[in-house]
Every structure is written in structure tokens, then in C-alpha cells.
Design a protein around this ligand. Structure first.
Ligand code: OGA
Ligand code: NI
Length: 367
């Protein structure tokens, strides 16, 4: 029976509470974007005006050869300018990338009843969560996205609690990308002239989570967002996107650049992974970084598509929850002012997930 969406509440219950997600909405034959999904004018993503970030992906296999220094510079430069770059020869086999996209479709094609087994409260693990939008109870306009989030503790738990449709491939992905993650983070730190111990590196890449995002096709991409503008909270993010496109990143603060503030599309490149810098890097003392720091944790967002459903599969890398993060003491002394206070990563994270996506306001918490 076609659901009745006469009231905003009945829509909300159908999508958010009963496990249908945005996918259920589309599967019910809906042909118009419901009011609840219509974004205010300033948040809408207009396709006509945007440019593509057409830069060759960085070949990570060259880190081991005579071009080592050149590749290293490419990574640092990208982290300092756009905060986003793409990599190839990253250690994750291409067949695995294909299986990941397939398994994401498999999971989201399950019935609402099967997917809602992973709702918070009923999910067999607090680390595994199926949901829709980002923070539906806090958002005026909902995001056009369903997701499954799989926090990693150990292999045993992953294979026991993650959904059958995707647990093996997601775990392989997390593991096979971890050498690259460590290499990139080490390169970024070493470039600042900071020597850090192995255990410190472990601390800043010590928590990992694989998500699968599903953006159903949308009757009107001009009115909606797949993901509203936000920056990622953690250390870095590795993202696999399919061939559909729609990921946009904001170009900022590049001295005298007349393109400042412009949104660029990060185009799908077959076989490549997208890497982006997270918020933690902007204020955590290991990086000796001020708020107007060297590496960019850029705002990004996703436009929906009217023809096909898109999937993307990020691995989020965070510091361990108990790591203390805050501004570098010697910088505070020198400036006479601490722009950020020291907080435990866990507290910062709880704040981030308790609020709707809204640009970079999550950094305000540490002020
Ligand atoms: C995210 C995100 C982008 C995408 O999940 O944080 O920014 O392309 N995703 O799905
Ligand atoms: Ni993101």
C-alpha cells in the first residue's frame, strides 16, 4: 500500500522511524520531493555554476621509487591547498573496490525490516548503525541519504556484528587501506618538522569506521542535498565513490586566488580513492597547527542525481577516543591567547554527532 504522507510526521515516521529511509520513499513511487527535504535557497547545489577539480591522481606506488620526494610534495601541497586529493596504486585492489560498491547496493536493497535490525538500540553492536540523513531529529531539512556505519574494534566483532552483505569486503577495505593511511599521515606530520613517536601516530589514527552511503535517485536535485556542507571531524578520510559524481569541495583561503569560496566537483576517477583532511588536523597539537592552519579540512557536500542511485564508501580515521587534543602550549604562550581549549577526543566527537551538518561549526566546541 502506498504510504500516506499527508503530514510531515507521517513522512518522518515512514522514513526515519520505520526503517524505510529515503530509498523506501523512492521505492513507494514518490515523484516529487517532499517539503521536509527542500533545502533553503543558500544550501542548494546549483549544477550549472560548478567546475571540476581536474587534477591527475597521485600515484602512491611512486613513493617507493626515485620520485619519492616529488610525490611527497604533491601530497603536502594538496593538503595545504584544497584539502582533497585523489590517489591511485593505493594498495586496495580494484576488484575489491568493485565488490564494495556491489555490496553497498546489496545492503540497501534489503527490506526495511532487515535494515532496521541495525537501528541504534536494537543493533547487535553500538558500533553498527543504520540510519538516514545525518541528525534527522535536529534538521529542518533532511538529507537525501541513507547509510550504514560500521565502527571497528577488532576483526572478530566486525565479522560478528557488521551486516552479512558487506562485512568481509568492508573489513578488507579497512585493512588494505591502512598502510596508505599511515603513510599519508606520517608524511603530513614529518613535513611540519615535528618528530613524533610511533605510539603517537597510533593514537591519531587509532580509531576507524567504514560507512556505506546510499543516495537514491532524486526527482529534483536542485532542491535537495545528498549531504549538506560539512567538514569531516577526524584525522583523514578515505573515500570510494562510484562513477555517478556529485561530490563538491569548497576552495578557500588561497591567497589572492579569485576562485576563493568556489565549489569544485571532485570527479569520479576509475580505480582512484579520494583522500581528505579532517578537522582534528586543524587544532591538534601534534601537528603544531593554529586554527588558520597549514592543512585544510575543507567543507564539502554532495548533490543528488535524478537518474541513478549513487553509493560512496568512506573510511573515517579518528584519534583514539581517549587522546587529548588541543592547541600547542608554546603557541598559546607566544600568542598570549588559546583559541582552542584542550578536550578529550571523545567529548568533541559526541558534540559533532549531536548536531546537524552545518559547515564547520563543530570546531566551535573547542573554543
Ligand atoms: C561523508 C561525505 C561524500 C560522498 O560521508 O562525510 O562527505 O561523496 N561523503 O558521499
Ligand atoms: Ni564528509
Amino acid at each position: 500500500m502506498a504510504p500516506n504522507f499527508n503530514t510531515s510526521d507521517s513522512l518522518y515516521d515512514f522514513v526515519v522511524k520505520n526503517g524505510n529511509g529515503v530509498k523506501g520513499l523512492i521505492d513507494s513511487g514518490l515523484s516529487e520531493v517532499p517539503e521536509r527535504y527542500i533545502q533553503p535557497e543558500e544550501e542548494r547545489i546549483k549544477k550549472v555554476k560548478t567546475k571540476r577539480h581536474d587534477v591527475s591522481p597521485i600515484d602512491l606506488s611512486k613513493l617507493k621509487g626515485p620520485d619519492h620526494k616529488k610525490v611527497l610534495d604533491e601530497i603536502v601541497r594538496a593538503a595545504e591547498t584544497l584539502g582533497f586529493f585523489q590517489v591511485v596504486n593505493h594498495g586496495v585492489p580494484l576488484e575489491l573496490l568493485e565488490s564494495l560498491k556491489d555490496s553497498a547496493h546489496k545492503f540497501f536493497n534489503l527490506s526495511p525490516e532487515e535494515k532496521s535490525l541495525f537501528y541504534p538500540g536494537v543493533s547487535p553492536s553500538t558500533k553498527v548503525k543504520y540510519g538516514t540523513s545525518f541528525a534527522p531529529e535536529k534538521e529542518k531539512a533532511l538529507e537525501w541519504k541513507d547509510y550504514i556505519s560500521m565502527g571497528y574494534t577488532d576483526d572478530h566483532d566486525a565479522l560478528q556484528y557488521w551486516p552479512n552483505e558487506c562485512k568481509e569486503v568492508a573489513l578488507d577495505y579497512l585493512k588494505l587501506s591502512s598502510t596508505m593511511v599511515r603513510d599519508i599521515v606520517e608524511i603530513l606530520i614529518e613535513n611540519l618538522g615535528v618528530r613524533v613517536e610511533e605510539s603517537r601516530i597510533e593514537g591519531i589514527i587509532g580509531m576507524k569506521m567504514v560507512n556505506m552511503n546510499y543516495y537514491p535517485l532524486c526527482p529534483n536535485p536542485d532542491l535537495t542535498v545528498g549531504v549538506g556542507r560539512h567538514s569531516d571531524m577526524g584525522t583523514i578520510t578515505v573515500l570510494l565513490q562510484d562513477g555517478i559524481g556529485g561530490l563538491y569541495v569548497k576552495l578557500e583561503h588561497n591567497n589572492n586566488n579569485h576562485n576563493d569560496g568556489e565549489w569544485l566537483e571532485v570527479p569520479p576517477i576509475p580505480g582512484a580513492l579520494v583522500i581528505n583532511i579532517g578537522d582534528t588536523i586543524q587544532w591538534c597539537h601534534w601537528y603544531k597547527i593554529l586554527s588558520n592552519g597549514k592543512y585544510k579540512s575543507a567543507e564539502h557536500r554532495v548533490r543528488t542525481t535524478s537518474t541513478e542511485s549513487r553509493v560512496s564508501i568512506p573510511v573515517f580515521i579518528f584519534p583514539k577516543p581517549t587522546e587529548k587534543i588541543g592547541p600547542l602550549e608554546e603557541l598559546v604562550k607566544k600568542e598570549g591567547v588559546a583559541r582552542y581549549r584542550e578536550v578529550m577526543f571523545q567529548d568533541y566527537m559526541n558534540n559533532f554527532f549531536a548536531n546537524a551538518h552545518h559547515g564547520k561549526k563543530s570546531l566551535e566546541f573547542a573554543k
